[in-house]
Ligand binder design. Structure first.
Ligand code: AMP
Length: 406
Protein backbone atom coordinates (compact mmCIF):
# COMPACT_ATOMS: atom_id res chain seq x y z
CA UNK A 1 0.00 0.00 0.00
CA UNK A 2 0.97 3.64 -0.40
CA UNK A 3 1.29 6.32 2.21
CA UNK A 4 -0.53 9.62 1.91
CA UNK A 5 2.68 11.51 1.18
CA UNK A 6 3.46 9.50 -1.94
CA UNK A 7 -0.15 9.78 -3.11
CA UNK A 8 0.17 13.56 -2.98
CA UNK A 9 2.83 13.37 -5.67
CA UNK A 10 1.27 11.03 -8.13
CA UNK A 11 -1.48 10.11 -10.48
CA UNK A 12 -4.07 7.38 -10.85
CA UNK A 13 -5.49 5.69 -13.90
CA UNK A 14 -9.15 4.71 -14.19
CA UNK A 15 -10.01 2.12 -16.82
CA UNK A 16 -13.33 0.94 -18.22
CA UNK A 17 -12.62 -1.98 -20.53
CA UNK A 18 -15.18 -3.33 -22.98
CA UNK A 19 -15.09 -5.87 -25.78
CA UNK A 20 -13.87 -3.44 -28.44
CA UNK A 21 -12.93 -0.31 -26.50
CA UNK A 22 -11.09 0.93 -23.43
CA UNK A 23 -12.09 4.22 -21.86
CA UNK A 24 -9.53 5.83 -19.59
CA UNK A 25 -9.10 8.85 -17.34
CA UNK A 26 -5.87 9.89 -15.62
CA UNK A 27 -6.27 11.77 -12.34
CA UNK A 28 -3.85 13.86 -10.33
CA UNK A 29 -4.06 13.00 -6.66
CA UNK A 30 -4.19 16.25 -4.75
CA UNK A 31 -3.40 17.28 -1.24
CA UNK A 32 -5.20 15.08 1.25
CA UNK A 33 -6.64 11.67 0.61
CA UNK A 34 -9.85 11.77 -1.35
CA UNK A 35 -8.89 14.74 -3.52
CA UNK A 36 -8.63 13.81 -7.17
CA UNK A 37 -8.67 15.99 -10.28
CA UNK A 38 -8.73 14.82 -13.90
CA UNK A 39 -5.61 15.31 -16.05
CA UNK A 40 -6.84 13.83 -19.33
CA UNK A 41 -9.27 11.24 -20.58
CA UNK A 42 -9.97 9.36 -23.77
CA UNK A 43 -10.67 6.07 -25.39
CA UNK A 44 -9.15 3.46 -27.60
CA UNK A 45 -12.18 2.45 -29.66
CA UNK A 46 -12.98 0.25 -32.64
CA UNK A 47 -10.55 -2.47 -31.57
CA UNK A 48 -10.84 -5.41 -33.96
CA UNK A 49 -12.15 -3.27 -36.82
CA UNK A 50 -10.27 0.03 -37.05
CA UNK A 51 -8.70 0.95 -33.71
CA UNK A 52 -8.42 4.65 -33.00
CA UNK A 53 -7.05 6.49 -29.99
CA UNK A 54 -8.63 9.78 -28.99
CA UNK A 55 -7.93 11.80 -25.87
CA UNK A 56 -8.52 15.28 -24.49
CA UNK A 57 -6.98 17.20 -21.64
CA UNK A 58 -9.16 18.21 -18.70
CA UNK A 59 -9.53 21.61 -20.44
CA UNK A 60 -10.93 19.95 -23.54
CA UNK A 61 -7.87 20.25 -25.78
CA UNK A 62 -7.32 17.34 -28.17
CA UNK A 63 -4.12 15.52 -27.17
CA UNK A 64 -4.61 12.45 -29.36
CA UNK A 65 -6.67 11.53 -32.40
CA UNK A 66 -4.75 8.84 -34.19
CA UNK A 67 -5.31 5.53 -35.91
CA UNK A 68 -4.02 2.48 -34.08
CA UNK A 69 -5.14 0.20 -36.92
CA UNK A 70 -1.58 -0.95 -37.61
CA UNK A 71 -1.13 -2.04 -33.99
CA UNK A 72 -4.62 -3.58 -33.86
CA UNK A 73 -4.37 -7.30 -33.35
CA UNK A 74 -8.10 -7.56 -32.69
CA UNK A 75 -8.18 -7.81 -28.93
CA UNK A 76 -8.29 -5.35 -26.06
CA UNK A 77 -5.77 -7.27 -23.88
CA UNK A 78 -3.22 -7.25 -26.72
CA UNK A 79 -3.39 -3.45 -27.02
CA UNK A 80 -3.49 -2.61 -23.32
CA UNK A 81 0.29 -2.60 -22.62
CA UNK A 82 0.77 -0.15 -25.52
CA UNK A 83 -2.08 2.02 -24.24
CA UNK A 84 -0.60 2.00 -20.74
CA UNK A 85 2.75 3.12 -22.19
CA UNK A 86 1.02 5.94 -24.12
CA UNK A 87 -0.82 7.08 -20.99
CA UNK A 88 2.30 7.02 -18.82
CA UNK A 89 4.17 8.92 -21.52
CA UNK A 90 1.59 11.71 -21.26
CA UNK A 91 1.59 12.00 -17.47
CA UNK A 92 3.49 14.98 -16.05
CA UNK A 93 7.01 13.85 -15.07
CA UNK A 94 6.42 14.75 -11.42
CA UNK A 95 3.20 12.71 -11.22
CA UNK A 96 4.18 9.06 -11.59
CA UNK A 97 1.44 6.47 -11.90
CA UNK A 98 0.70 5.07 -8.45
CA UNK A 99 -2.27 2.82 -9.07
CA UNK A 100 -5.15 1.82 -11.34
CA UNK A 101 -8.87 1.63 -10.63
CA UNK A 102 -11.13 -0.53 -12.81
CA UNK A 103 -14.82 -0.38 -13.47
CA UNK A 104 -16.04 -3.95 -13.02
CA UNK A 105 -19.64 -4.71 -13.88
CA UNK A 106 -20.33 -7.44 -11.32
CA UNK A 107 -19.14 -8.10 -7.79
CA UNK A 108 -21.50 -11.01 -7.17
CA UNK A 109 -22.71 -11.68 -3.65
CA UNK A 110 -19.36 -11.36 -1.91
CA UNK A 111 -17.69 -8.30 -3.40
CA UNK A 112 -20.02 -5.56 -2.28
CA UNK A 113 -17.53 -2.73 -1.95
CA UNK A 114 -14.44 -1.74 -3.92
CA UNK A 115 -11.58 -4.19 -3.47
CA UNK A 116 -7.81 -4.08 -3.84
CA UNK A 117 -6.86 -6.72 -6.40
CA UNK A 118 -5.28 -9.77 -4.78
CA UNK A 119 -5.08 -13.35 -6.03
CA UNK A 120 -8.19 -14.15 -3.96
CA UNK A 121 -10.16 -11.25 -5.45
CA UNK A 122 -9.11 -12.27 -8.97
CA UNK A 123 -10.25 -15.83 -8.29
CA UNK A 124 -13.61 -14.53 -7.08
CA UNK A 125 -13.93 -12.36 -10.21
CA UNK A 126 -13.25 -15.39 -12.42
CA UNK A 127 -15.93 -17.28 -10.51
CA UNK A 128 -18.44 -14.47 -11.13
CA UNK A 129 -17.95 -14.47 -14.94
CA UNK A 130 -21.06 -16.63 -15.63
CA UNK A 131 -23.19 -13.93 -13.94
CA UNK A 132 -22.12 -11.32 -16.53
CA UNK A 133 -20.58 -13.25 -19.42
CA UNK A 134 -20.67 -10.33 -21.87
CA UNK A 135 -18.93 -7.73 -19.69
CA UNK A 136 -17.05 -9.32 -16.79
CA UNK A 137 -14.41 -11.16 -18.90
CA UNK A 138 -13.26 -7.88 -20.47
CA UNK A 139 -12.95 -6.22 -17.05
CA UNK A 140 -11.02 -9.18 -15.62
CA UNK A 141 -8.75 -9.42 -18.68
CA UNK A 142 -7.69 -5.79 -18.24
CA UNK A 143 -6.80 -6.41 -14.59
CA UNK A 144 -4.80 -9.50 -15.54
CA UNK A 145 -2.89 -7.73 -18.31
CA UNK A 146 -1.91 -4.89 -15.99
CA UNK A 147 -0.93 -7.37 -13.29
CA UNK A 148 1.35 -9.12 -15.76
CA UNK A 149 2.87 -6.04 -17.39
CA UNK A 150 3.10 -3.94 -14.19
CA UNK A 151 3.13 -6.33 -11.21
CA UNK A 152 4.23 -3.44 -8.97
CA UNK A 153 1.16 -1.31 -9.76
CA UNK A 154 -1.61 -1.60 -7.13
CA UNK A 155 -5.03 -2.14 -8.66
CA UNK A 156 -8.55 -1.64 -7.34
CA UNK A 157 -11.82 -3.05 -8.69
CA UNK A 158 -15.01 -0.97 -8.30
CA UNK A 159 -18.27 -2.77 -8.95
CA UNK A 160 -21.46 -1.55 -10.63
CA UNK A 161 -23.44 -3.86 -8.36
CA UNK A 162 -21.88 -2.82 -5.03
CA UNK A 163 -24.00 0.28 -4.28
CA UNK A 164 -27.17 -1.83 -4.36
CA UNK A 165 -26.03 -4.18 -1.64
CA UNK A 166 -28.20 -2.17 0.79
CA UNK A 167 -31.42 -3.23 -0.92
CA UNK A 168 -33.83 -5.12 1.32
CA UNK A 169 -34.70 -8.72 0.32
CA UNK A 170 -38.24 -7.65 -0.51
CA UNK A 171 -36.78 -5.62 -3.40
CA UNK A 172 -33.88 -7.88 -4.39
CA UNK A 173 -35.67 -11.24 -4.42
CA UNK A 174 -37.33 -12.88 -7.43
CA UNK A 175 -40.45 -14.97 -6.86
CA UNK A 176 -38.72 -18.22 -7.78
CA UNK A 177 -37.87 -21.30 -5.65
CA UNK A 178 -35.68 -20.30 -2.72
CA UNK A 179 -32.82 -22.65 -3.58
CA UNK A 180 -32.27 -20.66 -6.79
CA UNK A 181 -32.29 -17.36 -4.92
CA UNK A 182 -29.78 -18.80 -2.49
CA UNK A 183 -27.66 -19.91 -5.44
CA UNK A 184 -27.38 -16.27 -6.54
CA UNK A 185 -30.34 -15.77 -8.88
CA UNK A 186 -31.48 -12.46 -7.44
CA UNK A 187 -31.68 -8.78 -8.29
CA UNK A 188 -28.16 -7.34 -8.09
CA UNK A 189 -28.78 -4.02 -9.86
CA UNK A 190 -26.22 -2.06 -11.93
CA UNK A 191 -25.00 1.49 -12.69
CA UNK A 192 -24.12 1.61 -8.98
CA UNK A 193 -21.09 3.87 -9.45
CA UNK A 194 -23.29 6.42 -11.18
CA UNK A 195 -25.93 6.29 -8.43
CA UNK A 196 -23.24 6.51 -5.77
CA UNK A 197 -21.86 9.64 -7.46
CA UNK A 198 -25.35 11.22 -7.57
CA UNK A 199 -26.05 10.29 -3.93
CA UNK A 200 -22.72 11.87 -2.95
CA UNK A 201 -23.46 14.97 -5.04
CA UNK A 202 -26.87 15.35 -3.38
CA UNK A 203 -25.32 14.91 0.07
CA UNK A 204 -22.77 17.65 -0.60
CA UNK A 205 -24.96 20.11 -2.51
CA UNK A 206 -28.60 19.45 -1.64
CA UNK A 207 -28.57 17.88 1.83
CA UNK A 208 -32.32 18.22 2.42
CA UNK A 209 -33.16 16.38 -0.79
CA UNK A 210 -30.40 13.85 -0.10
CA UNK A 211 -32.16 12.84 3.11
CA UNK A 212 -35.43 12.29 1.28
CA UNK A 213 -36.87 9.86 -1.26
CA UNK A 214 -35.31 10.37 -4.66
CA UNK A 215 -35.60 8.47 -7.94
CA UNK A 216 -32.53 8.74 -10.16
CA UNK A 217 -33.01 7.99 -13.86
CA UNK A 218 -29.68 6.99 -15.42
CA UNK A 219 -30.69 7.09 -19.09
CA UNK A 220 -27.94 6.36 -21.59
CA UNK A 221 -27.25 3.66 -24.10
CA UNK A 222 -27.79 1.39 -21.10
CA UNK A 223 -30.56 2.70 -18.86
CA UNK A 224 -31.80 2.01 -15.36
CA UNK A 225 -33.46 3.83 -12.48
CA UNK A 226 -32.79 3.68 -8.77
CA UNK A 227 -34.88 4.56 -5.73
CA UNK A 228 -32.76 6.24 -3.03
CA UNK A 229 -33.84 6.86 0.54
CA UNK A 230 -31.47 8.94 2.62
CA UNK A 231 -28.77 8.36 -0.02
CA UNK A 232 -29.08 4.59 0.15
CA UNK A 233 -30.22 2.32 -2.68
CA UNK A 234 -33.55 0.68 -1.84
CA UNK A 235 -34.71 -0.61 -5.23
CA UNK A 236 -33.61 -0.44 -8.85
CA UNK A 237 -35.00 -1.34 -12.26
CA UNK A 238 -32.14 -3.62 -13.36
CA UNK A 239 -31.97 -6.98 -11.69
CA UNK A 240 -30.01 -10.17 -12.24
CA UNK A 241 -28.60 -8.88 -15.50
CA UNK A 242 -28.39 -5.58 -17.36
CA UNK A 243 -31.44 -6.65 -19.39
CA UNK A 244 -34.17 -5.97 -16.83
CA UNK A 245 -36.08 -2.72 -16.47
CA UNK A 246 -36.63 -0.06 -19.12
CA UNK A 247 -35.89 -0.65 -22.82
CA UNK A 248 -32.39 0.51 -23.79
CA UNK A 249 -30.40 1.25 -26.95
CA UNK A 250 -30.27 -2.39 -28.03
CA UNK A 251 -31.46 -4.26 -24.90
CA UNK A 252 -35.06 -5.32 -24.43
CA UNK A 253 -35.74 -4.26 -20.83
CA UNK A 254 -38.27 -6.28 -18.86
CA UNK A 255 -39.95 -8.97 -20.93
CA UNK A 256 -42.50 -11.61 -20.03
CA UNK A 257 -40.33 -14.70 -19.36
CA UNK A 258 -42.96 -16.60 -21.32
CA UNK A 259 -41.60 -14.93 -24.45
CA UNK A 260 -38.23 -16.65 -23.92
CA UNK A 261 -39.85 -20.07 -23.56
CA UNK A 262 -41.93 -19.41 -26.68
CA UNK A 263 -38.89 -18.33 -28.72
CA UNK A 264 -36.98 -21.44 -27.63
CA UNK A 265 -39.83 -23.77 -28.60
CA UNK A 266 -41.18 -22.03 -31.68
CA UNK A 267 -37.90 -20.81 -33.27
CA UNK A 268 -35.56 -23.33 -31.69
CA UNK A 269 -33.42 -20.47 -30.34
CA UNK A 270 -30.49 -21.41 -28.13
CA UNK A 271 -28.79 -19.33 -25.42
CA UNK A 272 -26.39 -17.62 -27.84
CA UNK A 273 -29.18 -16.60 -30.22
CA UNK A 274 -31.33 -15.33 -27.36
CA UNK A 275 -28.37 -13.40 -25.99
CA UNK A 276 -27.81 -11.72 -29.37
CA UNK A 277 -31.51 -10.93 -29.74
CA UNK A 278 -32.06 -9.53 -26.26
CA UNK A 279 -28.76 -7.68 -25.77
CA UNK A 280 -27.94 -6.44 -29.26
CA UNK A 281 -31.03 -6.43 -31.49
CA UNK A 282 -33.84 -5.22 -29.21
CA UNK A 283 -34.66 -2.00 -27.37
CA UNK A 284 -34.79 1.25 -29.35
CA UNK A 285 -33.04 -0.41 -32.28
CA UNK A 286 -35.40 -3.40 -32.31
CA UNK A 287 -38.62 -1.38 -32.10
CA UNK A 288 -37.55 1.31 -34.58
CA UNK A 289 -35.64 -0.95 -36.94
CA UNK A 290 -33.54 2.18 -37.57
CA UNK A 291 -31.17 3.15 -34.75
CA UNK A 292 -30.25 2.78 -31.10
CA UNK A 293 -29.43 6.49 -30.94
CA UNK A 294 -32.17 8.55 -29.31
CA UNK A 295 -31.18 11.67 -31.30
CA UNK A 296 -31.79 9.86 -34.61
CA UNK A 297 -35.15 8.53 -33.42
CA UNK A 298 -36.35 11.91 -32.15
CA UNK A 299 -35.61 13.53 -35.51
CA UNK A 300 -37.31 10.84 -37.56
CA UNK A 301 -40.89 10.89 -38.91
CA UNK A 302 -40.93 7.11 -39.22
CA UNK A 303 -43.85 5.75 -37.10
CA UNK A 304 -41.65 2.92 -35.79
CA UNK A 305 -39.10 5.45 -34.53
CA UNK A 306 -41.92 7.39 -32.90
CA UNK A 307 -43.19 4.22 -31.24
CA UNK A 308 -39.69 3.44 -29.90
CA UNK A 309 -39.46 6.90 -28.31
CA UNK A 310 -43.04 6.75 -26.94
CA UNK A 311 -42.43 3.32 -25.47
CA UNK A 312 -39.15 4.40 -23.85
CA UNK A 313 -40.71 7.48 -22.24
CA UNK A 314 -43.73 5.64 -20.89
CA UNK A 315 -41.66 2.75 -19.53
CA UNK A 316 -39.27 5.16 -17.77
CA UNK A 317 -42.22 7.04 -16.24
CA UNK A 318 -43.81 3.77 -15.09
CA UNK A 319 -40.53 2.83 -13.44
CA UNK A 320 -40.41 6.17 -11.59
CA UNK A 321 -43.86 5.45 -10.16
CA UNK A 322 -42.92 1.87 -9.30
CA UNK A 323 -39.76 2.93 -7.46
CA UNK A 324 -41.68 5.67 -5.63
CA UNK A 325 -43.77 2.84 -4.22
CA UNK A 326 -40.62 1.01 -3.02
CA UNK A 327 -39.26 4.12 -1.27
CA UNK A 328 -42.62 5.16 0.19
CA UNK A 329 -43.18 8.36 -1.79
CA UNK A 330 -41.20 10.85 -3.80
CA UNK A 331 -39.35 14.05 -2.85
CA UNK A 332 -37.45 14.54 -6.10
CA UNK A 333 -36.42 13.15 -9.48
CA UNK A 334 -32.92 13.31 -10.98
CA UNK A 335 -32.01 12.75 -14.64
CA UNK A 336 -28.49 11.73 -15.56
CA UNK A 337 -26.32 10.07 -18.30
CA UNK A 338 -26.40 10.70 -22.08
CA UNK A 339 -30.16 10.86 -22.64
CA UNK A 340 -31.01 12.08 -19.12
CA UNK A 341 -28.54 14.98 -19.30
CA UNK A 342 -28.97 15.98 -22.96
CA UNK A 343 -32.40 14.81 -24.09
CA UNK A 344 -34.61 17.76 -23.17
CA UNK A 345 -37.50 16.46 -25.29
CA UNK A 346 -37.26 13.04 -23.65
CA UNK A 347 -37.21 14.56 -20.15
CA UNK A 348 -40.30 16.59 -21.04
CA UNK A 349 -42.19 13.58 -22.35
CA UNK A 350 -41.31 11.38 -19.39
CA UNK A 351 -42.48 14.09 -17.00
CA UNK A 352 -45.76 14.56 -18.91
CA UNK A 353 -46.63 11.02 -17.80
CA UNK A 354 -45.88 12.00 -14.19
CA UNK A 355 -48.06 15.11 -13.91
CA UNK A 356 -50.44 13.21 -11.60
CA UNK A 357 -47.50 12.69 -9.21
CA UNK A 358 -46.98 16.44 -8.92
CA UNK A 359 -44.13 16.63 -11.42
CA UNK A 360 -44.13 19.47 -13.95
CA UNK A 361 -41.20 20.86 -15.90
CA UNK A 362 -40.50 24.50 -16.59
CA UNK A 363 -40.09 24.49 -20.41
CA UNK A 364 -37.45 27.23 -20.42
CA UNK A 365 -35.36 25.72 -17.63
CA UNK A 366 -35.66 22.33 -19.25
CA UNK A 367 -34.62 23.63 -22.67
CA UNK A 368 -31.64 25.42 -21.10
CA UNK A 369 -30.69 22.27 -19.15
CA UNK A 370 -30.71 24.19 -15.88
CA UNK A 371 -29.73 22.23 -12.76
CA UNK A 372 -33.34 22.54 -11.61
CA UNK A 373 -35.70 21.95 -14.54
CA UNK A 374 -39.03 21.72 -12.69
CA UNK A 375 -41.67 24.46 -12.51
CA UNK A 376 -42.63 26.36 -9.36
CA UNK A 377 -44.85 24.18 -7.18
CA UNK A 378 -43.65 20.95 -8.75
CA UNK A 379 -41.63 18.26 -7.01
CA UNK A 380 -37.99 19.15 -7.75
CA UNK A 381 -36.63 17.65 -10.96
CA UNK A 382 -32.88 18.00 -11.39
CA UNK A 383 -30.32 17.27 -14.08
CA UNK A 384 -26.97 16.17 -12.67
CA UNK A 385 -23.99 15.07 -14.79
CA UNK A 386 -22.80 11.72 -13.57
CA UNK A 387 -19.11 10.90 -13.15
CA UNK A 388 -18.40 7.23 -12.60
CA UNK A 389 -14.67 7.67 -13.27
CA UNK A 390 -14.39 10.22 -10.46
CA UNK A 391 -16.10 7.77 -8.10
CA UNK A 392 -13.64 5.03 -9.08
CA UNK A 393 -10.69 7.39 -8.56
CA UNK A 394 -11.97 8.30 -5.10
CA UNK A 395 -12.39 4.65 -4.11
CA UNK A 396 -8.96 3.85 -5.50
CA UNK A 397 -7.30 6.62 -3.48
CA UNK A 398 -9.15 5.53 -0.35
CA UNK A 399 -8.13 1.91 -0.72
CA UNK A 400 -4.54 2.58 -1.71
CA UNK A 401 -3.87 4.96 1.15
CA UNK A 402 -2.08 3.16 3.95
CA UNK A 403 -4.18 2.77 7.05
CA UNK A 404 -7.43 3.22 5.15
CA UNK A 405 -7.29 -0.06 3.25
CA UNK A 406 -8.97 -2.95 4.97
P1 AMP B 1 -24.32 7.25 -22.56
O1 AMP B 1 -24.44 5.76 -22.65
O2 AMP B 1 -24.62 7.79 -21.18
O3 AMP B 1 -23.03 7.78 -23.12
O4 AMP B 1 -25.48 7.85 -23.49
C1 AMP B 1 -25.51 7.62 -24.87
C2 AMP B 1 -26.89 7.94 -25.38
O5 AMP B 1 -27.20 9.31 -25.12
C3 AMP B 1 -27.02 7.73 -26.88
O6 AMP B 1 -28.02 6.77 -27.15
C4 AMP B 1 -27.48 9.07 -27.40
O7 AMP B 1 -28.52 8.92 -28.28
C5 AMP B 1 -28.02 9.77 -26.18
N1 AMP B 1 -27.91 11.23 -26.36
C6 AMP B 1 -26.80 11.98 -26.40
N2 AMP B 1 -27.13 13.27 -26.65
C7 AMP B 1 -28.49 13.33 -26.74
C8 AMP B 1 -29.44 14.38 -26.99
N3 AMP B 1 -29.07 15.64 -27.16
N4 AMP B 1 -30.75 14.03 -27.04
C9 AMP B 1 -31.15 12.76 -26.85
N5 AMP B 1 -30.30 11.75 -26.60
C10 AMP B 1 -28.99 12.02 -26.57
Amino acid sequence: MLDTTSLNRGSLLVLNSGSSSVKFTAFRVGAGAGQVAPLFSGQLAGIGTDARLSARSADGDVIADESWAKRDSGSVPALLPGLLAWIEGHLPADLPLLGAGHRVVHGGRNLHRPAVITDEVLEELERIIPLAPLHEPQNVAAIEVLKESRPDLPQVACFDTAFHHTQPPVCSTYAIPRHLSEAGVHRYGFHGLSYEYIARYLGENLPDLAQGRVVVAHLGNGSSLCGLKNGVSIDTSMGFSVLEGVPMGTRCGSLDPGVIIYLMRKYDMDADELERLLYHQSGLLGVSGVSNDMRVLEESDDPHCKLAVDLFCLRVAKEVASLACSIGGLDGLVFTAGIGENGKGIRARICEHLDWLGIRLDPERNAARADLVSAEGSLPVRVISTNEEFMIALHTVDLLTAGVAD
